[in-house]
Write a new protein. Sequence first.
Length: 430
Amino acid sequence: MSLIDNLKSTLEKMESSGSFHFAHIESEVMEMLERAKQHVLDNPEPVFAILRRIKPVLIVKNIALVTRFDDVQDVLVRDDIFQVTYGEKMRVVTGGNDFFLGMQNSPEYERDTTHMRSVIRRSDIADVIAPFVANAAKSIVDSAAGGLDVVSQLGLVVPTRLVGAYFGTKPVSETDVAGWASTIFQYLFTDLNNDPAVDAAARDASARTRAWLDDAIKEVKSRDASKREDTVLTRCLALQAAGLPGMTDVDIRNNLLGLLVGAIPTTSKCCAQALDELLKRPAELAKAQVAARTGDDATFAQYVFEALRFHPNNPGVFRVAAEEYVVGKGQMHATRIPAGTSVLAATQSAMFDERVVESSKEFRIDRPAYNYMHWGVGLHTCFGQYINQVQIPGILKPLLQRGNLRRADGDAGTLKFAGPFPSSLGVQFD
Ligand code: HEM
């Protein structure tokens, strides 16, 4: 029996028992899982690759892991069946209200996303966001004396400054705001074990974030409407003045809070991980640097997002099945997912599914856009997807324009993590 057959039969036994009930394999499996856990968490693609082949939809302990491209899309497109599960924690963060990422498809969801799309406009990307990011990133790189930390000095700083300027909510301390956003993000999206310490930290960070945003709203409202700058916040207040429902001060605060939590730690993480992947591939790094220097932004962005495919922001997104559903219907791997099952739609795995993504293990910059799922799929596709496509390459561009870009010496040049987020990646340049 080959290794793959062996693993397949073990997985089938585990799945049919509904949990790890086999005393004789349990301790062995648990020990192996414990040892493998960190490694797999850091680098799940080898496991995903096996699953895509032998067990594309694995159900263990009421959790379904969906690994093939078409199935991941199927799950995420069927938002009536596979529903978001963030609502309860969102209410903790907002102080008892909702934010649209935690809502099912509903009139409130449509109302809030419509309001926020009318104040965060696609045209702002070229007019405001791209130039802001380019200036902010360039001035940081220019003032760094031959080296910097990509996380603490660049990747976290630029999106926090963008939020301050573009939203019109200037932070008292950029470091505090970036820290609060990361803590809240960890609580909402990555703390699957509901760690009490993470819970406590997130409640504290949320209260501070709410207080800061409440003050910012009060301060802007105290100014004469004609003396207010054009920002996301003042546009929200204009909707409020026009009497639109869902635009009270608290509603505005919660929308801004949800957006900035989604915007800051993710952007920093993507910058650090994409750069780390490029630094592992000197030939690709050199070509990305040529694109950065010649102002070929489209090619440069292809390098960045292909690099990110090898270490994306998240391995997947969670949903819960509101009713029974068969994933892969009509195919050999068709799997019935019972109502109430938690489902991880593994977008990272999907981006390596050789059934759709050609030569998926190769680093290629000629892939069609639909091969990528960095921003999710379906109803809850990232609100900031078009901002990200400009902001992430925009932050990295001035760095890659520098000559002799390399990792900092020793340990400082390794990408390090604190919880789910990169904490440092030192680089040097001429
Ligand atoms: C930069 C890297 C970013 C990554 C990798 C990222 C990733 C994602 C993903 C995967 C989702 C889908 C979540 C799900 O389906 O459960 C999502 C949703 C969302 N993201 Fe992002 N995001 C990023 C930046 C941003 C930015 C800049 C903003 C705000 C301007 C933002 C705001 C949101 C919001 C509000 C949602 C929920 C959308 C909805 O419910 O309709 N994200 N993001």
